[in-house]
Design a protein around this ligand. Structure first.
Ligand SMILES: [Zn+2]
Ligand SMILES: [Zn+2]
Length: 234
């Protein structure tokens, strides 16, 4: 097994709540400076900054895992990971079809820009990304898996938008192999022994990106290798 220092939950400037300087180049370079070996970009309900972030991460020699953090109908956040940017983009289009057509208020929530690999704006998303889609957590998990992806419930112990807070338990029928635990919140009375537990930053600003202190264990140093780890039952 290869031990990879990873941060698999990072937002970019396309997420409305995120700092504008979380550009593809800035976030990848910060991860590089922090000696991370693998990162995932997981914007809220969109995949549109993945192509640029993947190009920049490849150039830096970081393993890049394409992702989206979906907010389900139950207002639970689920990280969805894919082997390729194309699979993630396809899933992103599916998610977008189920995202209510409510306009973003850039002055209040922040602008939502997709950038190219030189951090130049290529698209402004006008629809509010930080809201629940109309799909249930079952539907999100199934659609992710149908595209070869792996769903991982996000920050399950946080006091909002989480499995334990919103639903009160980890539904066994959803068949999760991995869960993300938020380091800065307590977790009690939950048996995590059946799951791989991952810890990430959920960074919305550059300085919040993880130090090289959280790891995944892979057979292959690649996106496919990380997916296999997240998918494999303990
Ligand atoms: Zn979240
Ligand atoms: Zn997040």
């Amino acid at each position: 097994m290869i031990k990879l220092a990873a941060d698999l939950h990072i937002h970019s400037c396309l997420s409305p709540c995120c700092d504008d300087d979380m550009t593809p180049n800035n976030l990848v370079n910060m991860a590089y400076v922090k000696r991370l070996e693998a990162i995932a970009l997981t914007d809220h309900n969109t995949a549109k900054n993945l192509p640029a972030a993947k190009a920049v991460a490849d150039a830096r020699g970081l393993v890049f895992l394409p992702g989206i953090e979906v907010e389900t109908r139950e207002e639970v956040h689920v990280l969805t990971y894919f082997e390729t940017v194309e699979q993630a983009m396809d899933f992103g289009e599916y998610i977008y079809k189920h995202l209510p057509d409510i306009e973003n208020m850039p002055d209040f929530f922040g602008a939502q820009f997709a950038l190219d690999e030189n951090d130049a704006p290529i698209y402004e998303e006008k629809r509010m990304l930080l809201q629940a889609v109309t799909l249930s957590i079952e539907e999100v998990a199934a659609a992710c898996r149908a595209r070869g992806g792996v769903p991982v419930p996000a920050h399950i112990n946080r006091a909002s938008n989480s499995l334990l807070y919103n639903l009160g338990f980890i539904p066994p029928d959803l068949d999760f192999a991995s869960v993300e635990v938020y380091k800065h919140s307590p977790i009690e009375g939950v048996d995590l022994s059946p799951y791989h537990v991952i810890y990430n930053s959920d960074a919305h600003r550059l300085q919040s990106i993880s130090e090289a202190e959280n790891h995944v264990f892979v057979r292959e140093k690649s996106a496919a290798g990380i997916l296999a780890f997240l998918r494999e039952k303990k």
